[in-house]
Design a binder for this molecule. Structure first.
Ligand code: 2YC
Ligand code: MG
Length: 260
């Protein structure tokens, strides 16, 4: 999994609002309403303990601060613990946190201490970006393209299958693709066949320029948490593309709603 950098998180709240406007334009609803509907729940004023973790590659500049930003946007009572790691965990519990947010290089979790629910960033990011793509208001089809069937892509594809979409999927790793065909029933998408063009695309890869002209219709919605962007800026301008791509906060919103 590609680790975020402080640059990725530059002006993260501005990036979030810009993307929320694009989501509203392309789906008719904002991220809060979409999360309420996906998880069939509403946020209250939960207390959120944000715990910096020094393990592995250590603290990422602006990571904890970015999490604090989204807790404010969602009108939650967020705080960053004074200490890191276990001492930070202890702080958060002592300050009566309802939900803990913490990440090492392998997993980023939200843990609700009141109901025991725990969620991971990669699953919640996959679900919410797939959901956004599937809500394209100018799409008159249930056909949707999923590019990338790693942990994030697989979670999104699974969510779309459950919602009754016809998922056409591609991953250069045949094992990942065969797994998704066998376990989820996705249709393998042959990138060399100049076949179907999609107006709804969910891309979850660590690679750039994975989306080509042959894959998308002139007017389309591309939803991708992937850094770097799978949609080249040329294609983004040649075609009329609504591009939803934000480094962290849309996924975190999904995590918080999923443990309520
Ligand atoms: O600042 C800290 O507390 C660090 N331990 C945070 C490490 C986060 C590592 N994960 C990532 O960079 C991201 C995930 C948030 C999603 C994809 N990569
Ligand atoms: Mg990508």
């Amino acid at each position: 999994m590609a680790l975020l950098t402080p640059d990725d998180l530059y002006n993260v709240s501005r990036q979030f609002e810009k993307n929320n406007d694009i989501i509203k334009r392309a789906t008719g609803q904002g991220i809060r309403d979409i999360c309420e509907s996906v998880y069939n729940t509403k946020l209250g004023n939960e207390k959120i303990g944000i715990i910096p973790i020094t393990a592995g590659n250590g603290i990422i500049g602006n990571f904890a601060e970015s999490l604090f930003t989204i807790t404010n946007y969602l009108k939650l009572d967020g705080f960053i613990t004074n200490h890191t790691d276990v001492a930070g965990y202890y702080d958060a519990v002592n300050q009566n946190a309802d939900i803990l947010l913490m990440a090492d290089d392998y997993v980023f979790i939200a843990h609700n201490l009141r109901n025991g629910k725990i969620a991971t960033n990669h699953v919640c990011t996959g679900v919410i970006y797939a959901e956004i793509a599937s809500r394209c208001k100018y799409a008159d089809t249930k056909d949707i393209l999923v590019i990338g069937l790693g942990k994030v892509g697989y979670a999104g594809a699974s969510h779309l299958i459950k919602k009754g979409f016809n998922v056409h999927a591609y991953d250069p790793d045949n094992e990942a693709l065969n797994n998704a065909i066998k376990e989820l029933g996705v249709h393998p998408y042959d990138i060399n066949s100049n076949g179907k063009k999609f107006c709804m695309v969910f891309e979850a890869t660590p690679n750039e320029n994975t989306i080509t002209k042959d894959m998308i219709s002139e007017r389309c919605l591309v939803s991708t948490p992937g850094i770097p962007c799978g949609l080249s800026s040329e294609l983004g301008s040649d075609y009329d593309v609504d591009l939803v791509m934000e480094p962290l906060l849309i996924g975190v919103a999904s995590m918080l709603y999923s443990v309520i």
